[in-house]
Design a protein around this ligand. Sequence first.
Ligand SMILES: Nc1ncnc2c1ncn2[C@@H]1O[C@H](COP(=O)(O)OP(=O)(O)OP(=O)(O)O)[C@@H](O)[C@H]1O
Ligand SMILES: [Mg+2]
Length: 249
Amino acid sequence: MELTGVHKSFGPHAVLRGVDLAVRRRETLVIIGRSGTGKSVALRHVVGLERPNRGEVRVFGHDIQKASRRQIHEIRSRTGFLFQSGALLNWMTIEENVALPLLEHNRRMPPDEVEDRVLAKLKLVGMESARRKLPAQISGGMKKRAALARATVLDPDLVLYDEPTSGLDPVIASTINELINRTREALGTTQIVVTHDMESAYSIADRIAMLCEGRIICLGTPQEIRSSDNPIVQQFIQGKTSGPLALES
Ligand SMILES: Nc1ncnc2c1ncn2[C@@H]1O[C@H](COP(=O)(O)OP(=O)(O)OP(=O)(O)O)[C@@H](O)[C@H]1O
Ligand SMILES: [Mg+2]
């Protein structure tokens, strides 16, 4: 997955201003940055949910701008997406939600096999006993775990996680981090994780990229990020109120 010189504006508001980022096969790359800097927007470009105004987005060798509908479909079938909002469908049970990508991308899969695969993923995230419940009947942490099962049910080559631990208690957050690490070990997936949670970033990242004012201002291993001499990076990772990042920006 590679973004090259990606620019994206919404009306007069320039959000991405030349993002360059290449993700290596089988790595977990974490994107950090302040609220509203365009992390979710960047992630949505990877699956063609946003189109850049300028620049190139390449996924599995395809230029997303030039890809045919069939190629976009192929990219999406090889990519799991855990949306920031969780985005479970409220009128479907947990197991029906997890089965959705299978039904969408593998219409000929026999119902028994769908059921087996859904159950296997729900077991992996410790959710098999809640499989007949509706999203409204389970807690926020359980919803995230169900969304994680859904994002990985196709055994994707690439998984995108948007804030997988936000709003969760620290114990559940570490369970999610473990599941992210386990997913990569089990499936050999490439993963891109957007988060504000530095503890989570350090425990899952091979490399961390920081997005600020529309560009990647720093990219390196957790150790390199920790010892970065960029004051913006230090202010962010230490969570300080004083520094070059203005509060209102
Ligand atoms: N479809 C859209 N139309 C107009 N503006 C948008 C759209 N999507 C995002 N934006 C704007 O782009 C900016 C970046 O949004 P984005 O959701 O990517 O931020 P973020 O870095 O993910 O923030 P957070 O950490 O709070 O999730 C915001 O100012 C947002 O209002
Ligand atoms: Mg976001």
